[in-house]
Design a binder for this molecule. Sequence first.
Ligand SMILES: C[S@@+](CC[C@H](N)C(=O)[O-])C[C@H]1O[C@@H](n2cnc3c(N)ncnc32)[C@H](O)[C@@H]1O
Length: 321
Amino acid sequence: MPESFSHIPVLPNEVVELLDPQPGEVYIDCTAGLGGHAAMIAQKVGPAGTIVLNDMDEGNLERAEAAVRDQMAPQSPESANVVAIRGNFAQLPQELVKRGILADMVLADLGFASTQVDDPERGLSFRHSGPLDMRMDRSAPVDAAELVNTLPEKEIGDLIKHFGEERHGRRIARKIVEARELAPIETTDQLADLIRSAVPYSKGPRSSIHPATRTFQALRIAVNDELGSLQLLLRSVGIGVKKLRSGEQGWLSDGARIAMIAFHSLEDRPVKQSFARMNEEGLVELVTRKPVGAQDDEIGNNPRSRSAKMRVCRVLGSAAG
Ligand SMILES: C[S@@+](CC[C@H](N)C(=O)[O-])C[C@H]1O[C@@H](n2cnc3c(N)ncnc32)[C@H](O)[C@@H]1O
């Protein structure tokens, strides 16, 4: 892996083991990020393989493409079979069908990359002062400031409660509305201070998470429609298998392995339920019956891996399996 990586891919060995890349296969990375996973798979599929990179963050997509090209063909990176597609993975399956690409492996490593959270200008973290933005796609029309400053109080409360699993959602919404009546809330630290003043967190061992953590998660999920996109991608898996069986142009090959890595229960639950439903319908077999998590040594090197949960299934191209 190139030395310049600052984003450490989670569950690297588990991803390679369970996706089981073979020379010449086609790998689709729905969330290319900095290309960490993709570069590892590129090594395995070799020069006859194809790597499709998707990300809605233009900067990350460019970095991922450069990293993967270097890995696949260090002597002549431009000759590597790498396809970069900028956009939301919710639309990726249709794009693949249009281009006639059939996936042997699919990975969605959900959430955000270190480049995004560490950049104060992205407004993703309350640890850095920055504008209340939170868009992973910087051309998207709505940012977090717009939600915080325009949504009715009840909607803000519901959003924080449901997407942040924050029991103090109503209280925080009240504070937000009181504050914005005086002046718009424009920065991450303004919002974090407001939340701190709204929430009765105690000091002590159980208060290890910052009081703003859940609210920031909720806003990020809403701004980027993260759960809606995930549902669409999951739905496209079922459609892809049905098309494969009926001989129509789809996007999944027989035996394709599909891996999804979630970082909180709102992401993991739909993946679990969707894989289970498709398994009951005989469309896929479950490669993992329980989610795969990081080992202690990985968690020591990469704290973000602590909450990672990966589930993998395999496409059954015919009803008999
Ligand atoms: C956790 S990082 C992926 C890291 C990558 N696996 C690696 O090894 O470098 C998640 C990436 O997915 C992108 N992303 C998140 N949701 C997306 C979506 N719905 N469509 C496209 N890209 C998305 C983010 O912009 C970010 O770059």
